[in-house]
Design a protein around this ligand. Structure first.
Ligand code: PDD
Length: 280
């Protein structure tokens, strides 16, 4: 498994970053996870555009165009041609502000650190796919720029760990009684036959999967990008989460409340089927 590190390819095990990298010391960086289907990077351009937007948002001078980044991603794939990850895994891409003597503020001249390598396919068992997953709700204590895909993920990892400890799949953030998103997913509900999801503003990461699912959903259902409450979530006809690696995943329990009698609903099933056809 060959990793790209600042212009060089090396064995993942051997790849190292300086202890004075600002990503390591401050979480001063951004990232993307891009899914591979049959060796093809799904929605590559959208992910790279989002990476550039994240870079601009934190004043990180990323000296690459979308096309240059595309070439780099393809190079990672061709260097790992015999690795099954290059067929059905994901590509992880991270950029930090780079290495500099430790100081909160930074100089503009620092050279960014860019790394890219392949992650294994995330397996979601048929059991979970068919029965749906359980989630818990947790307070959203994150900052005001959740639209930036930053590597600063402390609230997200603590939330996910809390979910793991509770024996459930995901933790869902609730901010001022508005359901925002999961720790690594976007969340949708069906209420009175209408599909609802939080609008893509500064309170959530505007997921690429979310965007695809919204487009597919609008062909069949009534859809609104509008915040909903924890109470709406408990009483929803259906609940599902979306992400690059989870696709469309049904949720059948929220905290101690069963959704749709513990069964994945019709809308969720239909949308996951549409998604599968779309990526094929
Ligand atoms: N997570 N919201 C958050 C907070 C996320 O971290 C993610 C993705 C999403 C869904 O975005 P997308 O559909 O573009 O993958 C929403 C990635 C997969 C991760 O951190 O592994």
């Amino acid at each position: 498994n060959l990793a790209y590190v600042n212009g060089e390819f090396m064995e993942l095990r051997q790849a190292k970053i300086s202890i004075e990298d600002r990503g390591f010391q401050f979480g001063d960086g951004i990232y993307e996870v891009i899914k591979l289907y049959q060796g093809r990077l799904f929605k590559l351009e959208e992910h790279l555009e989002r990476l550039l937007t994240s870079a601009t948002s934190i004043n990180l001078n990323l000296d690459y165009t979308v096309n240059e980044l595309k070439e780099l991603c393809q190079e990672v794939l061709s260097c790992n041609r015999t690795n099954p990850r290059s067929k059905s895994g994901s590509l992880y891409l991270q950029v930090t502000r780079g290495e500099a003597p430790r100081s909160h503020s930074y100089h503009d001249g620092i050279e960014t650190t860019l790394i890219a390598y392949l992650l294994p396919a995330k397996s979601i068992s048929n059991q979970l796919r068919e029965k749906g997953v359980s989630v818990i709700t947790i307070p959203d204590k994150r900052w005001g720029y959740c639209n930036i895909k930053t590597i600063n993920l402390l609230p997200n990892i603590l939330g996910k760990q809390q979910a793991k400890k509770a024996g459930v799949y995901e933790a869902v953030f609730v901010d001022d009684n508005k359901v925002t998103e999961g720790t690594s997913s976007n969340i949708f509900i069906v209420k009175n036959g209408m599909i609802l999801t939080h609008p893509a503003n500064e309170n959530i990461l505007g997921g690429i999967t979310r965007q695809v699912v919204l487009k597919l959903a609008r062909n069949r259902f009534k859809v609104k990008e509008k915040p909903f409450t924890a109470c709406d979530l408990y009483q929803a006809e259906e609940v599902f989460i979306t992400s690059t690696t989870k696709e469309v995943l049904g949720v059948t329990k929220v905290d101690d409340k069963e959704i749709n009698g513990g069964q994945i609903g019709r809308v969720t099933t239909k949308l996951h089927k549409d998604y599968k056809e779309y990526i094929a």
